[in-house]
Design a protein around this ligand. Structure first.
Ligand code: ADP
Ligand code: ADP
Ligand code: ADP
Length: 213
C-alpha cells in the first residue's frame, strides 16, 4: 500500500503510523522525524532546515522532496509506505505524483486526520517523544510506564522545542494556508478518506483500519 497521512500537528499521525506500518509491512516516512534527525546530526540539510522548523514555518519544497525521493528507493519501502507529514504543499503533491509516475505507481489512499484546532494545544504541550524511534507519549492521554522514559528501550524521552503554544500557532497557520489545499487536491482525485481524529486513540485506530481494509 502507498498511503499518505495528512493532518495538523497533534492530530495523531505519528501515533497511528507504527500500527499501520506493522500491519501491512510498510515503511514509515515522516519528513518531520527525518528533518529532526538531520538537525540533530548537523548535516548540511539539517542546517538549512533548522531556522524554519524552530519558528514553525515550512522548510522549502526542494529540501523535503529530495529527502522523500531518496527514502523511497530504500529496499524496505518497496512493499509500500506511509508518508507522514508529506506532502504539505500542492507543489510537493505535484512533485510526488511525478516521482511515483516515474516508478510506475501511484497513491492508493490519503487519510485526512480531521480535528478541531482547539484540542491541539493540550495534545502538543503534553507530548513526549523518544527521538530515535519517533514514538510519542502524552502526559495525560498516553503516559509512559515511567514518566520521562521510553517503555521499550528505557531511554529518556524529550519534548520537542517547537511543541509550545506560541510555535504551534505558526504551525497551525502554515497548515491552514499551505496544507489544506493539499486535502482538496486529493479529494478531487477521489483517494481521500476523512478520519475523526478527536476520538480516543483506539477508536481512531479502528477508523483507520476500516478505511484501509
Ligand atoms: P502528529 O504526529 O499528528 O503530530 P501525534 O501522534 O504525535 O501527532 O500525537 C500528538 C500527541 O497527542 C501525542 O502526545 C500523542 O500521544 C497524543 N495523541 C495521539 N492521538 C491521540 C488521541 N486520539 N487522543 C488523545 N491524545 C492523542
Ligand atoms: P507534526 O508532527 O507536529 O505535524 P512534523 O514533525 O511533521 O510536525 O514537522 C515539524 C517541522 O518540520 C514543521 O514545522 C516544518 O518546519 C518541517 N516539515 C516537516 N515536514 C515538512 C514538509 N513536508 N514540508 C515542509 N516542511 C516540513
Ligand atoms: P523505521 O524503521 O521506523 O522506518 P528508520 O529509523 O529506518 O525508521 O528511519 C525512517 C526514515 O528516517 C528513514 O527513511 C531514514 O532515511 C530516516 N532517518 C533515520 N535516521 C536518520 C538520520 N540520523 N538522519 C537522517 N535521516 C534519518
Amino acid at each position: 500500500k502507498r498511503l499518505i497521512f495528512i493532518g495538523p500537528p497533534g492530530s495523531g499521525k505519528g501515533t497511528q503510523s507504527p500500527i499501520v506500518k506493522d500491519e501491512y509491512c510498510l515503511c514509515h516516512l515522516s519528513t518531520g522525524d527525518m528533518l529532526r534527525a538531520a538537525v540533530a546530526s548537523k548535516t548540511p540539510l539539517g542546517l538549512k532546515a533548522k531556522e524554519a522548523m524552530d519558528k514553525g514555518a515550512l522548510v522549502t519544497d526542494e529540501l523535503v522532496v529530495g529527502i522523500i525521493d531518496e527514502a523511497m528507493n530504500k529496499p524496505k519501502c518497496q512493499k509500500g509506505f506511509i508518508l507522514d507529514g508529506f506532502p504539505r504543499t500542492v507543489a510537493q503533491a505535484e512533485k510526488l505524483d511525478e516521482m511515483l509516475k516515474k516508478r510506475g505507481t501511484g497513491i492508493d489512499k490519503v487519510l485526512n486526520f480531521a480535528i478541531d484546532d482547539s484540542v491541539l494545544e493540550e495534545r502538543i504541550t503534553g507530548r513526549w517523544i523518544h527521538p530515535s524511534s519517533g514514538r510519542s507519549y502524552h502526559t495525560k492521554f498516553a503516559p509512559p510506564k515511567t514518566p520521562g522514559v521510553d517503555d521499550i528501550t528505557g531511554e529518556p524521552l524529550i519534548q520537542r522545542k517547537d511543541d509550545n503554544a506560541e510555535v504551534l500557532r505558526s504551525r497551525l497557520a502554515a497548515f491552514h494556508s499551505q496544507t489544506e489545499p493539499v486535502i482538496d487536491y486529493y479529494a478531487k482525485k477521489s483517494v481521500l478518506t476523512n478520519i475523526k481524529a478527536e476520538k480516543p486513540p483506539k477508536e481512531v485506530t479502528s477508523e483507520v483500519q476500516k478505511a484501509l481494509s
